[in-house]
Design a protein around this ligand. Structure first.
Ligand code: C2E
Ligand code: CA
Ligand code: CA
Length: 616
């Protein structure tokens, strides 16, 4: 695996940041002190060529340090070099002033003290090196300035003893400073190690040692800022759950570890992660591969699928791999992740192997995901609206009912999702009842139904949901409507599962005064026994039979269906009547009701009320 600094980066950069801060403080404060001291000397003392040279030297050193710290260029090295430069320059000018008899008593005291201040910011190695240097320089200073500072009569040996004692003390201070710095560095390093270890633990999956989801995402967003030729890959193991159940969790863990190892060993992998369960994710650098990406994916798939030793035998797992190119810019990251995921799910549906994201094949499932994510808030915020489509008496063309159809008014989307897309989603999310109550209330309050009934589509799941009929009646009551105004449209699905329970609910609905219609007749099994078993009032013949009516056999099915309804004494409605000809044709076959664009298209509930007003 390529090394990638996901962890430790923050602590190392924290160390560098400290050097930058110290360098900035020293350089700015140093420049200020130098300027102030020079100005004070000019005002209160005497400025000579030596003080000029000294000030200029300090300004150059501190200026270089300022530049380095603000441009962040080699700050640590420049800081050490600048402090050493200041140390030696200060000593040089001090000794020069002493020997030229240009030093004041206060200046001599400062000359012993200031180098110590400068050295405090240096590292321990330089301090250990400077300790003997400081000893020599202090001793030398006493030889030169001792007669002036103490007494001109001091003997050479006394001067030497005096200088030596001061020098030794100064060297000892340097040495102690060095020890302190060394201990501090050790503590800092221990701290960094502890932070790195904590970061590592927080970012790795303890079982496989790969990155966990959080670290994978942060590493990905880091890399997405500087895009290259990268490929995001999601891997999902096939049949992992049954394997876990059959062989136990220890075997499952062993499989995950082994797959993790096999992934890490592949060339071209920038980092690998186990975001959770039996899912793995890798980022691949296409440039680092010595083969086309398709060949790489095939070999990756084979490598994962190879037998894994377990006990005396071997276990093998399959894998579904989905991959896509990493698009530049961090904001595209979620798109890339959904793409790789969609491709992976397609691979899974195809029985395993690897699949590259394909706009045509995978966008559909991504759109579905988008709808699933958006539907609950769309319903809550009133984006799901009621539309009504008229159903007319075939003989008089009088509107006898309206069918309640749901519409998703999604302003943000170019294409409005149709009920064929979002009704299954609402069902999956358990929101079909909420959708019905909302659209029902809208239809009953916004539309003017008059004598016409209201047909509502009800799924088998809804029929079986607790207190469905009771709630429906309460909702109707709240809107001032009667159960006798309602037609429940059910499909033959109600006969496939829980037939007895469904029949019971429908019978109860009829007792309450509602009617029951069998929807989409002619599209499924349409068995006669089912027609007999369900307590029906009406059958609605599916529009596909009308559209194909001019084609031989379909026409006979249509005729047969209408005849069947008549024989069973059920009202017969034909859906999808789009033209006058179609209307005349189905009328001639003896149909009772017509529904379709020729009678009227589904329209918003409020528009239906306005249309009724204009007509009357
Ligand atoms: P459905 O119950 O068979 O509803 C009739 C569908 O046929 C409606 O499609 C309607 O717009 C369409 N249609 C009506 N006349 C014509 C015509 O002359 N030509 C053509 N080409 N189409 C016609 P829609 O509104 O797209 O609904 C599709 C299906 O979604 C419905 O089929 C129904 O099963 C379901 N659905 C719609 N709204 C709801 C709802 O609120 N609740 C439930 N549970 N299902 C709903
Ligand atoms: Ca219907
Ligand atoms: Ca229908």
């Amino acid at each position: 695996m390529h090394s990638y600094t996901v962890i430790g980066a923050s602590s190392a950069s924290g160390f560098d940041e400290r050097a930058v801060q110290i360098a900035r403080r020293i350089s700015v404060a140093g420049l200020a002190i130098v300027v102030i001291v020079f100005a004070a000397t000019a005002v209160f003392g005497e400025v000579n060529w030596l003080s000029f040279a000294e000030t200029l030297t300090y300004l150059i050193i501190l200026g270089a340090l300022t530049l380095s710290s603000f441009s962040r260029y080699r700050v640590k090295q420049t800081l050490s070099a600048a402090l050493l430069g200041l140390f030696f320059a200060f000593w040089l000018f001090s000794l020069w002033q002493m020997s030229a008899d240009m030093m004041s008593i206060e200046g001599f005291a400062l000359a012993l003290f200031i180098p110590m201040m400068v050295a405090m910011a240096l590292g321990h190695r330089i301090l250990f090196f400077l300790a003997p240097v400081q000893f020599i320089l202090v001793t030398a200073a006493f030889q030169i300035y001792g007669p002036i500072f103490y007494s001109p009569e001091l003997s050479t040996s006394s001067l030497f003893t005096l200088g030596g004692v001061h020098g030794a003390l100064a060297a000892a201070v340097f040495f102690l400073l060095g020890l302190v710095q060394r201990e501090r560095l050790k503590t800092d390093l221990r701290l960094i190690k502890a932070i790195e270890e904590t970061e590592r633990l927080a970012s790795t999956d303890p079982l496989t040692g790969l990155l966990n989801r959080r670290a994978f995402m942060s590493a990905l967003s880091g890399i997405a800022k500087n895009p290259g030729d990268f490929v995001i890959t999601f891997i999902d193991l096939n049949n992992f759950k049954p394997l876990n159940d059959q062989y136990g969790h220890a075997a499952g863990d062993a499989v995950l570890c082994e797959v993790g190892k096999r992934l890490s060993r592949r060339p071209g992998i920038v980092f690998a992660a186990r975001p959770g369960g039996d899912e793995f994710a890798i980022l691949i650098s296409a440039q680092a591969l010595n083969q086309p990406i398709e060949a790489f994916m095939d070999s990756l798939h084979r490598a994962i699928a190879e037998d894994i030793a377990w006990g005396d035998g071997a276990i093998s797992v399959g894998a579904s791999i989905g991959y896509c190119d990493l698009l530049g810019a961090a904001e595209n990251l979620s798109v890339c992740l959904s793409r790789a995921d969609a491709a992976m799910r397609r691979a899974k549906i195809d029985g395993g192997g690897a699949a590259r994201f394909d706009e045509g094949k995978d966008n559909m499932s991504m759109e579905t995901e988008l709808l699933v994510a958006a539907f609950p808030s769309a319903l809550a915020s009133g984006q799901i609206r009621a539309a009504l489509q008229p159903i007319a008496d075939a003989r008089t063309n009088k509107i006898v009912a309206y069918e309640l159809l749901a519409r998703w008014d999604w302003a943000g989307l170019e294409r409005q999702p149709g009920p064929g897309e979002f009704i299954p989603i609402a069902e999956k999310l358990g929101l079909l009842n909420s959708l019905l109550w909302q659209t029902l209330e809208e239809a009953l309050t916004a539309a003017h139904l008059g004598e016409a009934k209201l047909a509502v589509n009800v799924s088998p799941g809804q029929l079986q949901s607790a207190a469905f009929l009771k709630t429906l009646c309460a909702r109707l009551d709240a809107c001032g409507a009667q159960p006798s105004q309602i037609i429940l449209e059910v499909t033959e699905q109600v006969a496939f599962r829980n037939l007895d329970a469904n029949v019971e609910v429908l019978t109860r609905a009829k007792e309450l005064g509602m009617s029951v219609a069998l929807d989409d007749f002619g599209t499924g099994y349409s068995s006669l026994s089912m027609l007999d078993a369900l307590p029906l009032d009406k059958i609605k013949i599916d529009q596909s039979l009308v559209r194909l009516a001019d084609k031989g056999s379909s026409a006979s099915i249509l005729k047969g269906a209408i005849e069947l309804a008549r024989q069973l004494g059920l009202t017969c409605c034909v859906e999808g009547v789009c033209t006058q000809e179609a209307a005349n044709y189905v009328r001639s076959l003896g149909v009772d009701e017509l529904q379709g664009f020729w009678i009227g298209r589904p329209a918003p509930a409020a528009a239906q009320r306005d249309a009724v007003k204009i007509a009357s």
